[in-house]
Ligand binder design. Structure first.
Ligand SMILES: [Zn+2]
Length: 123
C-alpha cells in the first residue's frame, strides 16, 4: 500500500491529513464561490442612481470584498491542484516544507510563516 502524498519534502502528511486538508480546501472554495455569486447579484450597482459619496464607498467595499474572495479562491484552487499532483506543502519562496499546524489553519498557504512575514513586511 503506497500513499502518494505521504512524504512531501520532509512534511509527513498522513492520508487523514490529506483528506482533512482537501475537505477544508473544498469547503473554503465553495464558500468563496458563494460569496462571489452573492456579490455578483449586487453588482453592477444601480448606475441610474446619482453617484453619491456613500454609493462610491459602498462600491469600493464590494470591489475589495470581491477581489479578496477571488484571490482566496485562486489560492484554494492552486492548493487543490498541488495536493492532487503531489506538490503540496512547500513554501513558494524558500521551498522548505510548510509546517502542518500552519497548513491546518491555512490550507491554501503558499508560504511558510517566516516567508509570509517577510512578504508582509516588504509589501
Ligand atoms: Zn518559506
Amino acid at each position: 500500500m503506497s500513499y502518494p502524498f505521504a512524504t512531501i519534502n520532509e512534511v509527513e502528511l498522513t492520508p487523514e491529513d490529506v483528506i482533512a486538508l482537501r475537505t477544508a480546501l473544498r469547503d473554503e472554495g465553495a464558500f468563496r464561490r458563494e460569496q462571489l455569486a452573492g456579490l455578483a447579484e449586487t453588482w453592477p450597482l444601480d448606475t441610474a442612481q446619482p453617484h453619491t459619496p456613500h454609493a462610491t464607498a459602498r462600491e469600493e467595499v464590494l470591489h475589495a470584498l470581491a477581489e479578496a474572495a477571488q484571490n482566496v479562491l485562486t489560492d484554494v484552487e492552486a492548493a487543490l491542484h498541488r495536493l492532487e499532483t503531489g506538490h503540496y506543502g512547500s513554501c513558494h519562496l524558500c521551498d522548505r516544507p510548510i509546517p502542518l499546524p500552519r497548513l491546518r489553519i491555512l490550507p491554501h498557504a503558499r508560504y511558510c510563516g517566516p516567508c509570509h512575514q517577510l512578504k508582509e513586511t516588504l509589501a
